[in-house]
Design a protein. Structure first.
Length: 162
């Protein structure tokens, strides 16, 4: 028998997906898990939520940029990635950060639902820093700087890669 097929982490993932499906099935109207009292939609959760939206503000502060969030997720990705005034080679870095942030917000939401846990925004932001570095490293984009450099001065790290 293929041992990998019955790997515990694989089973865990599948059961979580099933659990999310069943949970949604039972809750036609879903309030945002952030506790902001709005109805949940993907766009609300990832961009507009008063609670989770603050993660983005912390990300902008980390990057040292001023950014006004547009209404749609695709505009948000495009405008953040192609920040006016930032050189072209920063685009792939910013794209990785955007994807890491969205992915972690989504995972955090699911974790909160099933573990009845309050959100910790600083922890979410820390995870974005870590996961984005890890993804950049997997694409050999971190050779010129360390994780602590990335943690403290992401824009300078991007500049180093020119
Ligand atoms: Zn919300």
């Amino acid at each position: 028998m293929e041992r990998g097929l019955y790997d515990a982490s694989w089973l865990k993932q599948v059961s979580l997906k099933v659990a999310i499906f069943v949970w949604r099935f039972h809750h036609d109207d879903i309030y945002c898990i952030g506790g902001c009292a709005s109805m949940e939609s993907i766009c609300h959760l990832l961009l507009r939520c008063d609670i989770f939206g603050n993660v983005w503000n912390k990300i902008y502060r980390w990057l040292g940029i001023y950014f006004i969030s547009p209404d749609s997720a695709s505009d948000h990705l495009q405008q953040l990635t192609q920040m006016a005034g930032l050189p072209r080679f920063t685009h792939s870095f910013l794209k990785v950060i955007w994807h890491a942030c969205v992915w972690i917000l989504w995972k955090e939401r699911n974790y909160m639902i099933f573990n009845d846990k309050a959100q910790d925004l600083e922890q979410i932001v820390d995870n974005v820093k870590f996961v984005s570095f890890f993804w950049l490293k997997a694409n050999s984009l971190t050779s010129a700087f360390s994780y602590s450099d990335w943690w403290r001065h992401p824009l300078i790290c991007m500049d180093v890669m020119e």
